[in-house]
Design a protein around this ligand. Structure first.
Ligand code: PEP
Ligand code: MN
Length: 278
C-alpha cells in the first residue's frame, strides 16, 4: 500500500481512536448497534420503530432523510421533514441518531439535526462533500464504496480528517457480485486489515450486503466475530410496505432475536454489547 495515512493510520498515533457519541464510545470495547429503517417514512411509523429498536437494545437510531436512489423516480426521502422526525425520535427515545448527507450544501442543516453524519457508499469519493464534513463538528461514518480499495477508503477518510474533523468511523457494506442480484460480497477480512492499518473504529453494515433478509443475521454475527466495533442494521415494522430496501430490512421481532444472539456472541468474544447510551 504505497500511500501513507498520516491521520487515519497508526504511524504517529498507535492508539485506537474512540469517538464519543451521546454517552457511547465508538471504537472502544463493547459492540455498538445502530438500527432503524432505511428511510424515515413518517412520524408514527418512525417513532414506533425507534421505540422498538431501543427496547431491543439498539444504541443508535438510523433513518435516512436524504436518500441516494438508483432511480430518480424512487422515493427520495422526506428531506427536512425527515430531519425534524429524527430530532423528535431522538428526544422521545434518548438515542443518538445517524443519517446520511448527500449534498455539501446540506451539511450544516444535517449536522444540526443528527449526532452522526453518514457518507453513503456512492459518495465515498465525493471530495467536496468530504471536505465540507471536515467542518461539520459532528462525527462522520464513512461507508466504503463498492469495489473501492482499502487505500482509497482510508484516503477518503483522510479528506475528512485533514479538513478538521477528527471523528471518523469507517463502515464496510459489501461489493457487487456479477450475476448475484442484490446480494453483495461482504469483505470481513477488511475489518482486521483496517484495524491493523488504521486507528479509526470500523463498523459493518450487514443489511445492504445481504440483499435479502435471510442473510442479514449471518452477516451481522460474522462481522462481530471479525472484530467490527459496531453494526448498522436496517429494521422496518412492515418490510413489505417499505419505501426503500424492504427486501433486506429485518422485522422488529427478527431484530430482537438478532440482538439476543449478538449479546451472547459479543460476551463470548470481548467486551459484550456496549452499555445503553447515557
Ligand atoms: C443506507 O445506509 O441506506 C445506504 C444507502 O447505504 P449505502 O450507501 O451503503 O448503499
Ligand atoms: Mn438502505
Amino acid at each position: 500500500m504505497p500511500e501513507a495515512f498520516p491521520l487515519a493510520g497508526r504511524g504517529t498515533r498507535p492508539d485506537d481512536l474512540v469517538v464519543a457519541v451521546g454517552g457511547l464510545r465508538l471504537g472502544a470495547a463493547g459492540l455498538v448497534v445502530a438500527a432503524g429503517p432505511c428511510a424515515v417514512e413518517g412520524e408514527e411509523t418512525f417513532l414506533r420503530t425507534a421505540q422498538a429498536v431501543k427496547a431491543a437494545g439498539a444504541h443508535i437510531l438510523r433513518g435516512g432523510a436524504f436518500k441516494p436512489r438508483t432511480s430518480p423516480y424512487s422515493f427520495q426521502g422526506l428531506g427536512r421533514e425527515g430531519l425534524r422526525l429524527l430530532g423528535l425520535a431522538r428526544r422521545r427515545t434518548g438515542l443518538p441518531v445517524i443519517t446520511e448527507v448527500l449534498d455539501p450544501r446540506d451539511v450544516g442543516e444535517v449536522a444540526a439535526a443528527a449526532d452522526v453524519l453518514q457518507v453513503g457508499a456512492r459518495n465515498m469519493q465525493n471530495f467536496p462533500l468530504l471536505k465540507e464534513l471536515g467542518r461539520a463538528g459532528k462525527p462522520v461514518l464513512l461507508k466504503r464504496a463498492q469495489g473501492a480499495t482499502i487505500e482509497e477508503w482510508l484516503l477518503a477518510a483522510e479528506y475528512v480528517l485533514d479538513s478538521g474533523n477528527e471523528n471518523v468511523v469507517l463502515c464496510e457494506r459489501g461489493h457487487r457480485l456479477p450475476g448475484e442480484g442484490e446480494r453483495r460480497a461482504l469483505d470481513l477480512g477488511a475489518v482486521s486489515l483496517v484495524r491493523e492499518l488504521s486507528r479509526l473504529p470500523v463498523f459493518v453494515d450487514p443489511s445492504h450486503a445481504a440483499g435479502r433478509r435471510g442473510l442479514v443475521e449471518a452477516n451481522a454475527l460474522a462481522a462481530a466475530a471479525a472484530g467490527a466495533r459496531g453494526l448498522l442494521v436496517e429494521v422496518h415494522e412492515n418490510p413489505d410496505a417499505a419505501l426503500s430496501d424492504g427486501a433486506h430490512s429485518l422485522r422488529l421481532e427478527e431484530f430482537q432475536a438478532l440482538m439476543g444472539r449478538l449479546g451472547r456472541l459479543a460476551a463470548a468474544l470481548d467486551g459484550g454489547l456496549a452499555a445503553p447510551p447515557a
